[in-house]
Design a protein around this ligand. Structure first.
Ligand SMILES: Cc1ncc(COP(=O)(O)O)c(C=O)c1O
Length: 406
């Protein structure tokens, strides 16, 4: 049997290779401190779980639900956008609930992409930003991930030299994996650019509430006047309410784009389990002290990471948002590339990180460190890393796996 067309477009996950190293080390008894996957370790707020439990077990809620989301949930998402961003959304036409933002993003790609369509995607980026379009038969052209003025000349070049002309541009701030944050001014320039070149803007705002400067919350691109003409934005319950396993997210914005996504979804799913949608409505409608607590915990972990790894001799660029630090590989190890370096960290420091290459070719001189273990474990990771660096100082080949060193 020849390779399937679609499967050929999905190379094996790079992260699988680090996972294999992790499993092997664990089998040898190593206590791996896992800062690899961006999987929130905090509990879902109790009042949200209580609502789920209260709603379960009623025959009405066991039936197929609403693919586009129950009306109360869509209203709650519109109210969140009003409160948080000052953006007015019609819950009937400009909001659709998704089975996590990842599903929404992938099916938006299905909805708008014709075979061979070109899409501008940041590199490095969260994998679905590229693979959603590749799966849909599109073609990717990489653009820089950093939201600086230099972004626009690069975008302009990409538009001029793509055949056919690109249909869309993807942005993601606060960014996974780089933790870059965009300003409203950047978004103003982006929307002007998109309108000039007739591009759709797809904005992934999964980390809207995971930020560390209380005076400077990340904006929504929809705050820009006229953005609604060309934009769809994705948000997620996964990080805001530590509900990653619940699979609940949203797409909001331009009516024509939302209608297209809603149509695709109406053929594919019946919506999330109703009690999940009801509990998600409760979460969105507040109270929001649980969000502040989540932020405080990540902020303290971020500080512990920067401080303890810095002392261990590995300078961490300070992230101002997201659950990640995007960290250059120390010079001594740079020639190895991010995958080999990540495997060494597992084997010799019992610390798992995500190799930058997993997010695109321009990520290979970095690793992504996720703050998904507690402060104590983060500090332990730093001590392990220090021992590994010290041993490597003598000879890279002399380093002994921690679990064997005792
Ligand atoms: C940038 C970004 N978008 C989307 C997602 C997926 O979120 P969800 O759980 O809503 O599918 C993640 C998860 O890590 C992410 O980092």
């Amino acid at each position: 049997m020849t390779d399937f067309h679609r499967i050929k477009r999905l190379p094996p996950y790079v992260f699988e290779q680090v996972n294999r190293s992790k499993a092997a080390a664990r089998a040898q008894g190593a206590d791996i401190i896992d800062l690899g996957m961006g999987n929130p370790d905090l509990p879902t707020p109790k009042h949200v779980i209580d609502k789920l439990v209260e709603t379960i077990g009623k025959p009405r809620t066991d039936r197929y639900s609403a693919s586009k989301g129950i009306p109360g949930l869509r209203r709650a998402q519109a109210a969140y956008y009003k409160r948080r961003f000052g953006v007015t959304l019609n819950p009937e036409t400009q909001v659709v609930a998704t089975l996590g933002s990842k599903e929404g993003f992938a099916n938006m790609a299905q909805a708008i992409t014709a075979p061979g369509d070109v899409v501008l995607v940041p590199n490095p980026s969260y994998p679905i930003h590229a693979f959603g379009f590749l799966m849909a038969g599109g073609v990717i052209r990489s653009v820089p991930a950093e939201p600086t003025p230099a972004f626009f000349p690069a975008l302009e070049r990409a538009v001029q030299h793509s055949i056919p002309k690109p249909i869309a541009v993807v942005v993601c701030y606060p960014s996974n994996p780089t933790a870059y944050v965009a300003s409203l001014d950047f978004y103003k320039d982006l929307i002007a650019f998109a309108k000039k070149h007739e591009l759709i803007v797809l904005s992934d705002l999964a980390y809207s509430e995971v930020y560390f400067d209380d005076n400077n919350p990340p904006p929504s691109v929809l705050e820009v006047d006229g953005a609604m003409d060309v934009t769809v934005e994705f948000t997620s319950m996964s990080k805001t309410f530590s509900m990653a396993g619940w699979r609940m997210g949203f797409a909001v914005g331009n009516e024509r784009l939302i209608t297209a996504l809603t149509r695709v979804k109406s053929y594919l799913d019946y919506g999330a389990y109703t009690p999940i949608q009801v509990a998600a409505t409760t979460a969105l409608n507040g109270p929001d002290d649980c969000i502040r607590e989540m932020r405080d915990i990540y902020r303290k972990r971020r500080d512990a990471l920067v401080e303890s790894f810095g002392r261990a001799g590995w300078q961490i660029p300070v992230p101002t948002a997201s659950m990640f630090a995007w960290v250059p590989i120390p010079e001594k190890f740079q020639h190895l590339g991010s995958l080999e370096f990540s495997k060494l960290l597992v084997e010799h420091a019992s610390v798992a990180v995500a190799p930058g290459i997993g997010f695109g070719e321009y990520g290979d001189d970095h690793v992504r460190i996720a703050i998904v273990e507690n402060e104590q474990r983060i500090r332990q990771a730093a001590r392990n890393v220090r021992k590994f660096f010290d041993a490597a100082e003598n000879n890279l080949h002399n380093v002994v796996p921690l679990n064997k060193a005792g």
